[in-house]
Design a protein around this ligand. Structure first.
Ligand code: IPM
Ligand code: MG
Length: 369
């Protein structure tokens, strides 16, 4: 069988601790399930800056471009607060997204029944929550030019970011959202700010036209992004798939993540367009950041990282049964009352990162047998 190549980029903060738990799962799958994963490793973020003076080295970029999939931990931390903007830790992640052309960011927010009490919302509002945020990832204000601070010469400076979207960028992300909606609840809610932004007007038009042209079987709704944020915390279960731009998607997905009980729960997949062989470039990462305050303490929740690997099995390798089992293993462990500190509740048993990873691996083995 041909090898499945994975590049692991653990990054900074809790990234390496979380990635260590995925490594155990990969080792088991290779040893017992004949998965044939070949893993390589690289540096990204502050750790890459310390080693190479860049947020990701050219060598590691080449590895990322060559791999079937990239698993990414987290980047950043106070240690690198003062490094030049161009080489700040986040630049490594943004370069990966841009150079791998990963325009579609899938951020599912699922509330495991066992965690409904850990949500900041009332349990009945989030129990059974299953929404998917489809965030545009290679355009908008993140990458638009000009992007600069200019000196106005009168003691004033001007900071400029540019929000820009072309028709094709909106069409292709809308297409991804509609396709995915067909595999779920068949509903899409598109969010923008057409009341103040020209790019929002175009976004709305193109999503509407794309829907009419090819996806009229899917139910489509439009919402202003601020109202969408409000609805997400008021009645999140009204949504199935949400499609939105890069910046709104960044914010709304953090909100959605918190609904599920902890930022430590939410995985994500970033996908490119399929090539001639139907293969997509892909990067999988937890939505949470590097959490420098708890890094190195062995208490971080590895679930978002492990669930990101489950998405990798599903979307990059079509290992659907394995992905289902891994997700089921996570749910079983939560049902059994095992918790990391961030999702701890009365009557549960609090464990550290390694123990949580071990418990999920044990459940996964039992399901795979
Ligand atoms: C995310 C993060 C990144 C983003 C940062 C680290 C650049 O917040 O993936 O949501 O803003 O996209
Ligand atoms: Mg974010």
């Amino acid at each position: 069988m041909t090898a499945r190549t994975l590049l692991l980029l653990p990054g900074d903060g809790i990234g390496p601790e979380a990635m260590a738990e995925v490594r155990k799962i990969i080792a088991y799958m290779n040893a017992e399930l004949g998965a044939g994963f070949e893993t390589d490793e690289g540096l990204v973020g502050g750790s890459a800056y310390d080693a190479h003076g860049a947020a990701i080295s050219e060598g590691d970029m080449e590895k990322a471009l060559a791999a079937d999939a990239v698993l990414f931990g987290a980047v950043g931390g106070p240690k690198w607060d003062a490094v030049p903007y161009e080489v700040r830790p986040e630049a490594g992640l943004l370069r990966l997204r841009k150079d791998l052309k990963l325009f579609a960011n899938l951020r599912p927010a699922i509330c495991y029944p066992a965690l409904a009490n850990a949500s900041s919302l009332k349990p009945e509002l989030v129990e059974g929550l299953d929404i998917l945020i489809v965030r545009e990832l290679t355009g908008g204000v993140y990458f638009g030019e000009p992007k600069e601070i200019i000196d106005l010469g009168n003691g004033q400076k001007r900071g400029i970011d540019t929000q820009v979207y072309d028709t094709y960028e909106i069409e292709r992300i809308a297409g991804v959202a509609f396709e995915l909606a067909r595999t779920r609840g068949n509903r899409v809610c598109s969010m923008e700010k057409r009341n103040v932004m020209k790019s929002g007007v175009l976004w709305n038009q193109v999503v509407t036209e794309t829907h009419k042209r090819a996806y009229s079987d899917v139910q489509l709704e439009h919402m202003l992004a601020d109202a969408g944020g409000m609805q997400l915390v008021r009645a999140p279960k009204q949504f199935d798939v949400i499609v939105t731009d890069n910046l709104f998607g960044d914010m709304l997905s953090d909100v959605a993540a918190m609904l599920t009980g902890s930022l430590g729960m939410l995985p994500s997949a970033s996908l490119g367009a399929p090539d001639a062989k139907g293969q997509r470039k892909a990067l999988y990462e937890p939505v949470h950041g590097s959490a420098p305050d708890i890094a190195g303490k062995g208490i971080a929740n590895p679930i978002a990282m492990i669930a990101s690997f489950a998405m990798c099995l599903r979307y990059s390798f079509n290992m659907v049964a394995e992905a289902d089992n891994l997700e089921k293993a996570i749910a079983e462990v939560l049902d059994s009352g095992v918790r990391t500190g961030d999702i701890m509740s009365e009557g549960s048993r609090q464990v550290g990162t390694t123990e949580m990873g071990d418990a999920i691996l044990t459940a996964f083995k039992a399901l795979s047998a």
